[in-house]
Design a protein around this ligand. Structure first.
Ligand SMILES: Nc1ncnc2c1ncn2[C@@H]1O[C@H](COP(=O)(O)OP(=O)(O)OP(=O)(O)O)[C@@H](O)[C@H]1O
Ligand SMILES: [Mg+2]
Length: 413
């Protein structure tokens, strides 16, 4: 519980200088048995009446004091945790009167500081990130990529060198958010997929024989740490425990990697090194674990070392914008909105568990591309949707499509 104290929380009676402000009821927010002190103006000028009240008992203390004495009393009550009751409300329910204002001012101050430091940085939406070193590992820019407002806090965390984990259904844009941010600030990226494709050796490194000599080969983690790359650990909820325990060491900013296999070599992270995790069924997404078979639960201590963001599908408006930006004038505004609405309906059916398969932005883009080639939404849905789901799902998705797109009878005539 947060205790609300008068603005000067020290033992000094400095907060009580304006005598009119002293009149009122003083109670203890946590100790109901402590009763309340009532201060009122006395009939005699410059004097105050103090009464101590306990519930259901007669008043025990009833005395008249001068301002100096009253201030000493107030300082004592303040030390004991008494606070002034407003409008007769229970002090344990006092809301901090200027908290939101203080918070907004703090935000404005840090935005001003960020503006000053903005030179040599790349602006992405409302956030700016340092320019990376470039190189062959910088992902290609997707000009159609939309940094919705959901990216702002993620990117701020990247700037502050925090470990960021993005969780959400398949194809919501977790991996691409990080890759596209890297692309814009010309930052090299390495990806490691934990779903059965990455061994501890791949991740940390291994000894091998080359030209008759035994040499050490760095895994993706030490490479990223030494070279200042961003490392995306995809599907982190499938990682084997040995990988998670290595990761834990570098989760703190500045966390060093101890390469036990290489004679305990210590690797300090390059300042540009960043670590990301993505997962479908971690934390708040655990309730969907049955849809992502084989995903492991992650313990709280591990998760506590990350900032974990839920990345949901783009809103239909944003997804329509992405369609228009991806396909240009080939997709009219009305078409884009219809296609985004179909995707939204399929996702709603998925959340109701009427559909077993998710409808990713990736799927929507692929279906649209095929539709532009074939000229027919149903034909296009064959290889891009229907062949990937079971017959029941295909029938339901097809009915959603037909609900939104009027069948063109002229073609059949
Ligand atoms: N905000 C966006 N703007 C433009 N395209 C997007 C956006 N979000 C997602 N996409 C498209 O969707 C595709 C899938 O996104 P991505 O691979 O990032 O999903 P994911 O959440 O990592 O999926 P998975 O859980 O299956 O790994 C991207 O390649 C991109 O084409
Ligand atoms: Mg991904």
């Amino acid at each position: 519980m947060t205790l609300h104290r008068p603005s000067s929380a020290s033992d000094q009676p400095a907060a009580f200088t304006h005598d009119q402000a002293l009149i009122g009821d003083y109670a203890h927010p946590l100790d109901g048995k402590a009763g309340s002190w009532q201060v009122s103006r006395s009939e005699r000028p410059h004097l105050y009446r103090i009464q101590h009240r306990l519930a259901d008992r007669p008043t025990k203390v009833d005395t008249v004091v001068d301002l100096e004495n009253l201030q000493a009393k107030l300082a004592k009550w303040q030390r004991e945790g008494f606070v002034k009751r407003h409008d007769g409300r229970d002090p344990s329910t006092f809301a901090h009167p200027t908290f939101m204002q203080d918070l907004r001012e703090a935000g404005t101050r840090s935005a001003q500081l960020a503006d000053v430091a903005d030179r040599e940085r790349v602006r992405i939406g409302n956030v700016s990130l340092p320019q990376g070193a470039g190189g062959p590992l910088v992902p290609a820019v997707n000009p159609a990529y939309l940094f919705a407002s959901r990216s702002d806090n993620v990117l701020r965390d990247v700037d502050e060198n925090r470990r960021v984990m993005l969780i959400g259904h398949t194809g919501t844009g977790k991996t691409s958010l990080i890759e596209q941010a890297a692309a814009l600030c010309r930052q090299g990226v390495l990806r490691a997929n934990m779903n059965g494709q990455t061994s501890v050796g791949d991740f940390v490194g291994f000894w091998t024989v080359k030209g008759g000599e035994t040499v050490w080969v760095d895994g993706v983690l030490p490479i990223a740490m030494r070279q200042g790359l961003w490392l995306i650990v995809d599907e982190i909820d499938f990682a084997e425990p040995a990988i998670l325990s290595v990761l834990t060491a570098v989760l703190e900013p500045g966390g060093q990697l101890l390469l036990k296999e290489k004679g305990n070599e210590i690797i300090a992270p390059h300042p540009a090194f960043r670590l990301f995790g993505t997962a479908n069924a971690v934390g708040a997404m655990s309730r969907f674990r049955h849809l992502y078979q084989g995903a492991n639960l992650m313990n709280e201590a591990f998760l506590d070392r990350w900032r974990v963001y839920m990345i949901d599908y783009l809103s239909p408006e944003d997804e329509a914008t992405v369609l228009r930006q991806t396909f240009g004038p080939s997709v009219s505004e009305a078409m884009a909105h219809t296609l985004a609405a179909i995707a939204a309906d399929c996702r709603a059916a998925f959340l109701r568990e009427d559909l077993a398969s998710a409808f990713s932005t990736r799927r929507l883009l692929d279906w649209t591309a095929m539709m532009l080639r074939t000229g027919d939404p149903e034909t296009a849905a064959g290889p891009t949707i229907y062949a990937k789901v079971d017959a029941e799902d295909a029938a339901l998705i097809s009915s959603i499509v037909r609900h939104h797109i009027a069948v063109d009878n002229d073609q059949d005539a």
